[in-house]
Design a protein around this ligand. Structure first.
Ligand code: ADP
Ligand code: MG
Length: 435
């Protein structure tokens, strides 16, 4: 479906905001071409200029320097062929669902009879059959977003821009709406020629996009571009999919030390088995959220002791965990979140669990345990068995603590489940259904 037919071209695009001492480069030297037929995802920490780029591409804003071409022509003013869908879609509260969608058709000059038919069809496609005469206030957030999508489709934009369109939705609505959009897009049921989506959700971007553009901030710029290159519908559990996920995470995480040094080795392998820091996920999340809220990107570690009201031993354990998982980097007594750490801090609960799962799957202790569970009958092991294996690596009390941490982290990540009655660890996919 991909032709070499540039729809949008950005050349050396730069955006400066503020003035005087507060002048800063929000977007620096961005070069990006979106081909006809392409679905491009933009990933990166908040503040790296993603929304700015969307506004520049749709002509809502003119960059300070650089060139924006649409179908080879310099863009003048607002691009009439482009539409943006935002995180929460503004609907007219005094109009019904149907009227909200019809309005977009009216603006395009579609005759009245046609309008009703098309609007009903669009609402049906996004799963709102039966809600045509409801008012926005009667709908859940997820359903309102669906109306927003139907309205965006009614505009039939050549270029559809999406700014975190699924992040305000509950997981089920997000999943179904993603599916609907992919269905419309891959079956060519809409005249849209290209999609550009800003996302905070790495799996979502890899699930949907042909190409992923990764940005970083200070200054906002593109640091990596990768092709996904997997056929639709994508199998999120496939090794090829997971390999792409892993690659994007490693770009966003950066590296404090080479991973092999940080991680140590698995039980039974030569080398030291690294003990997991004894940390509760809630505490780790608290630290990352706190760091995300502090202005500026470096923080003195000693200041955090007061700010968070915790003792320094505990704080250092949390920092060690954040570093081990690629969420933070330490430099000369300062801590800074990595792009992945920021993504985590700002993600929904579900997306956080996915990020966490992807990271701990790389840790040798988890690799080792998940491998043993997969190889065992019924994909389960008695806790006792695992504890004994750990005692070959650690003193008995430490082995016990390691086991508890593994279960706690593994449960949070939804990789493992643990039956307290039978003291058995299961692979999450292998949990027996209660009778
Ligand atoms: P993202 O969408 O990646 O979070 P934005 O494009 O919204 O990033 O913002 C990039 C940076 O520019 C941020 O530091 C933001 O605070 C700043 N910014 C965005 N819009 C304006 C504006 N109109 N005036 C001044 N600063 C702005
Ligand atoms: Mg934004």
């Amino acid at each position: 479906m991909l032709q070499q037919n540039p729809l949008v071209e950005l050349k050396h695009v730069e955006q400066i905001y503020g003035s005087g001492a507060r002048r800063f480069t929000a977007v620096q030297d961005v070069n990006l071409t979106i081909q006809e037929g392409e679905f491009v995802a933009l990933l990166g920490p908040s503040g790296c200029g993603k929304s700015t780029l969307l506004r520049i591409i749709t002509g809502l804003q003119k960059p300070d320097s650089g060139v924006v071409l649409y179908r080879g022509q310099p863009l003048q003013g607002v691009n009439p062929h482009a539409t943006i869908v935002f995180q929460t879609f503004a609907l007219f509260p005094w109009l019904t669902v149907l009227e909200n969608v019809e309005l977009a058709l009216k603006a395009r000059g579609v005759p009245e009879k046609e309008r009703v038919r098309i609007a009903i069809d669009l609402l049906d496609r996004v799963g709102l059959d039966g809600f045509e005469n409801a008012y926005p206030r009667e709908l859940s957030g997820g359903m309102r977003q669906k109306v927003g999508f139907a309205r965006a489709m009614a505009v039939e934009p050549e270029l559809l821009c999406l700014d975190e369109p699924f992040s305000a939705l509950d997981p089920l609505s997000a999943e179904s709406l993603r599916g609907e959009l992919m269905e419309l897009w891959t079956s060519n049921a809409i005249p849209t020629r290209a999609i550009l989506m800003v996302s905070h959700n790495i799996e979502e971007a890899i699930f949907m996009a042909d190409r992923i553009v990764v940005m970083d901030k200070d200054p906002g710029r593109i640091i990596s571009v990768l092709e996904v290159g997997l056929p639709h519908p994508r199998q999120t559990r496939s090794p090829q999919f997971q390999a792409k996920v892993d690659l994007v995470y490693s770009i966003l995480a950066g590296q404090t030390q080479p991973e092999a040094v940080e991680f140590g080795s698995a039980p039974g392998e030569p080398g030291r088995t690294r003990a997991l820091p004894q940390v509760q996920i809630n505490d780790l999340t608290g630290l990352l959220e706190h760091l995300d809220e502090i202005p500026g990107d470096r923080t003195d570690i000693y200041r955090l002791v007061d700010e968070l009201g915790m003792d320094s031993d505990h704080l250092l354990l949390l920092i060690e965990t954040a570093e081990l998982l690629g969420f933070a980097r330490i430099d000369k007594g300062d801590i800074m979140l990595t792009a992945l750490g920021e993504t985590f801090a700002e993600a929904s609960i579900l997306a956080r669990k996915e990020i966490f799962a992807t990271r701990i799957r790389r840790l040798p202790l988890f690799r080792w345990l998940l491998g043993m569970l997969q190889a065992s009958e019924r994909q389960s092991l008695r806790g006792e068995v695992v504890r004994m294996a750990l005692e070959l690596e650690f003193p008995p009390e430490e082995a016990e603590r390691q086991l508890n941490t593994i279960i706690h982290w593994g449960r949070y990540a939804e990789l493992l489940s643990y039956d307290d009655d039978t003291e058995t660890i299961y692979l999450e996919s292998a949990v027996p259904v209660a009778a």
